[in-house]
Design a protein around this ligand. Structure first.
Ligand code: ASP
Ligand code: MG
Length: 406
């Protein structure tokens, strides 16, 4: 017997018919002899609708009341699923975040889970009762409803699985797993059987929006195994696991990309101590997240160009901040460009192998694609290129690293 937390996303509980199908999936696991707890999202589109209502009230809202409104979507789905399960003869009851409770901090609208009380659930699960738990919500130290940030029910599910000591947390969604690249662009992309937490974090933060990043971080921290699978098909998905569980490590597991990049170049910045601090200090004070950075050494030691990337949403704020501090920094001109894309090859195998970056550079060169900025980490090599070449670069790299489906 295994203990499994099953999490179903918005499309899986999008209407009453689908909720009945979810009930059958839960019952199928119970019939296999497993002990089940369920975590649900709101019906697809519902949280957006609720956020819209809050916005209609005016732009200056109280985040505590925002939480009280947007947390209601999940209350509907858990009640309906409990009913559907009872209909199938399964003993089930719904639980809101505050009823367990899920204790969180008081950062309303993006709260973090601190602790979950599961004594009562443990007792009831032993008698065969299935808890159907609202994702995305908890209760803060001020005794008020909190929500965990959009997509937060993944994190609820992983946290509950860890607290219950579950063998697995199955995340049912509208894709059937994690792919070697975006299958909409790279038609030869393959579904991965397994991926490590660290690789998944890189893929997730690069736009493979299968799981909320925080959910993966939490799974990594507690060693909680996750499976990502489709609620519309009956087949295994992708397991997200600790590196030690993967015997045959691929050199590269996936090629990810992010279009949400913008490049800023400061032309002729003086080359002297303190300049980087004068640039990145004010940017960080303005909450601008800087990602890739390149600086050349200056010829003759006077001035050099400095290029870095930010998200598109931060571009305008970054440029304004730099203009405001132009006297302290000292530069000739600012150029910015948001027609860029970041392409990354990701794999834990590259820790122990040389030549991964070189293969990337050669492949792009053969396609005549110019690399504007490069950055590397232990398990990732990223390049910034012209957005126009996104598809070409992804497909060429996918082939070059031997990832194409047969
Ligand atoms: N319903 C919430 C949202 O749409 C939480 C979730 O679905 O994960 O963000
Ligand atoms: Mg989601």
């Amino acid at each position: 017997m295994a203990r499994i937390v099953q999490k179903f996303g918005g499309t899986s509980v999008g209407d009453v018919e689908r909720i009945k199908i979810v009930a059958l999936k839960v019952k199928a696991e119970i019939d296999r002899g497993n002990e089940i707890a369920v975590v649900l999202s709101a019906m697809s589109g519902e949280t957006n609708r609720l956020v819209g209502l809050v916005n209609e009230m005016g732009s200056l809202y109280d985040a505590r009341e925002y939480d009280s409104v947007v947390a209601t979507g999940e209350q509907v789905t858990i009640g309906l699923l409990a009913l559907a399960l009872q209909d199938l003869g399964v003993s089930a009851r719904s639980w809101l975040g505050w009823q367990l409770p899920f204790h969180t901090d008081d950062v309303h609208a993006k709260a973090r889970i601190q602790k979950i009380d599961v004594d009562e659930l443990n007792k009831r699960m032993k008698t065969g009762e299935v808890p159907v738990v609202a994702g995305f919500q908890g209760i803060g130290p001020d005794n008020r409803i909190t929500t965990l940030g959009r997509g937060g029910s993944d994190t609820s599910a992983v946290a509950l699985a860890a607290a219950l000591g579950a063998d697995r947390c199955d995340i049912y969604t509208d894709v059937d797993g994690v792919y070697t690249s975006d299958p909409r662009i790279v038609t030869k992309a393959r579904k991965l059987d397994r991926i490590t937490y660290e690789e998944m974090l890189e893929m997730a933060s690069l736009g493979a929006k299968v799981l909320q990043t925080r959910a993966v971080e939490m799974a990594m921290k507690y060693g909680q195994r996750i499976q990502v699978l489709s609620s519309f098909e009956d087949k295994p998905g992708t397991l997200v696991v600790d590196e030690e569980e993967i015997v045959e490590k691929e050199l590269v597991s996936g090629i990810a990309y992010s279009r949400d990049e913008a490049k800023i170049t400061l032309v002729r910045v003086s080359d002297k101590p303190g300049v980087a601090a004068a640039i990145f200090g004010p940017l960080s004070d303005a909450s601008v997240n800087v990602d890739m950075i390149v600086q050349n050494e200056s010829v003759g030691g006077k001035a050099t160009d400095l290029t870095f990337t930010v998200t598109q949403a931060d571009l305008e704020r970054a440029v304004k901040t730099l203009e405001k501090h132009s006297d302290d920094i000292g530069y000739e001109k600012i150029h910015s460009d948001d027609n860029v894309v970041k392409i990354s090859v990701v794999g834990v195998g590259m820790r122990s192998h040389a030549g991964v970056a070189q293969r990337m550079f050669v492949t792009l060169a053969e396609k005549g694609i110019n690399i504007q900025v490069i950055s590397t980490s232990e398990i990732k090599v990223s390049v910034l290129i012209d957005e126009e070449y996104t598809e070409l670069a992804l497909r060429a790299l996918h082939t070059a690293y031997g990832l194409d489906a047969a």
